[in-house]
Design a protein around this ligand. Structure first.
Ligand code: CP
Length: 302
């Protein structure tokens, strides 16, 4: 992984994911390790973020490194018309690694092709969110004791949700059974279903939430991605289509955990928050350890 960019979850092998998870666990046991002294990490966020940007920054701070960057491209020279290429080539002079979120699919791959330093994709449009995926794998392994042979229900916006596309690809190496729960308009895209078919991975597609989560090990809720809809009326039709509440958790498996990449809007009722099944805030905490592992592995410090 030394000096390699992380753009799509498929850039890393199963063995490499497992190595990241092992190192994340070391960081969970000892979060403050001064191994990044003298290193600078740039966080370039062309789209809003709370968890991804701040957990990356927290990860760097806990390892003794420094962070530069912007959380709003309107405060950068992009506002004056600077191209992405020029921004990336310039920031590469100031940082050892670039973490970038951008609304355009493929933008991170492009940045990695031109940057002389590694680039980590922090989300590119509806495409991929590989570091979220690694923290999701870490959370699944931690709560289930394994990644193998699990039944995973993925609920909500399966069309535009980049976290679910990365998760589907990564989990396909661990013989899962997927249960996709989405309205017709937001079904899992055909390309991903074909990918599962090619690997012989079992999946079902459903539209009803309450009836279809009882035998799940993981229920992965997602937000309907308002920012990806061209037509606001189309968003209004589906925005509250699934709301998981405490009553629906009755009869689910004892080991079942509810995950959500967050932010949530209405898709998990707050009465779920205090149940033993709710795991989404711990999942966000796991993001710091996982991102510590990713940075330290790419920079050859672990
Ligand atoms: N999960 C996630 O990507 O959250 P943010 O948009 O807050 O970074």
């Amino acid at each position: 992984m030394l000096n390699r960019s992380l753009i799509s979850i498929s850039d890393f092998s199963k063995e490499e994911y497992l190595e990241i998870l092992r190192i994340a666990s070391e960081f969970e046991n000892k979060p403050v390790q001064n191994i990044l002294e003298g290193k600078v990490i740039a966080t370039l966020f062309f789209e809003p973020s709370t968890r991804t940007r701040l957990s990356f920054e927290s990860a760097v701070n806990r390892m003794g490194g420094k962070v530069i960057g912007f959380s709003d491209a309107s405060s950068s020279s992009v506002q004056k018309g600077e191209t992405l290429k020029d921004t990336i080539l310039t920031v590469s002079n100031y940082a050892d690694l670039i973490v970038m979120r951008h609304p355009l699919e493929g933008s991170s791959r492009y940045a990695a092709e031109i940057a002389p330093v590694p680039v980590v994709n922090a989300g590119d449009g509806a495409n991929q969110h590989p570091t979220q995926c690694l923290l999701d794998l870490y959370s699944i392994q931690k709560t289930q004791g394994t990644l193998e042979n699990l039944k995973i229900s993925i609920v909500g916006d399966l069309k535009y949700g980049r976290t679910v596309h990365s998760l589907l690809q990564a989990m396909s190496g661990f013989n899962p059974t997927f249960n996709f729960i989405a309205p017709e308009e937001l079904r899992m895209p055909q390309e991903y279903l074909k990918f599962l078919d090619s690997k012989g991975i079992k999946y079902e597609e459903h539209t009803n939430l309450a009836k279809n989560i009882k035998d799940s090990d993981i229920v992965y809720m997602t937000r309907v991605q308002r920012e990806r809809f061209a037509d606001t009326l189309e968003y209004e039709k589906v925005k509250n289509v699934y709301i998981l509440n405490k009553r629906m958790l009755a009869g689910t498996k004892e080991n079942m955990k509810v995950l959500h990449p967050l932010p949530r809007v209405n898709e998990i009722s707050t009465d779920v928050d205090d149940t033993p099944q709710a795991y989404y805030f711990q999942q966000a905490q796991n993001g710091v350890y996982t991102r510590q592992a990713i940075i330290s592995k790419i920079l050859g410090l672990k």
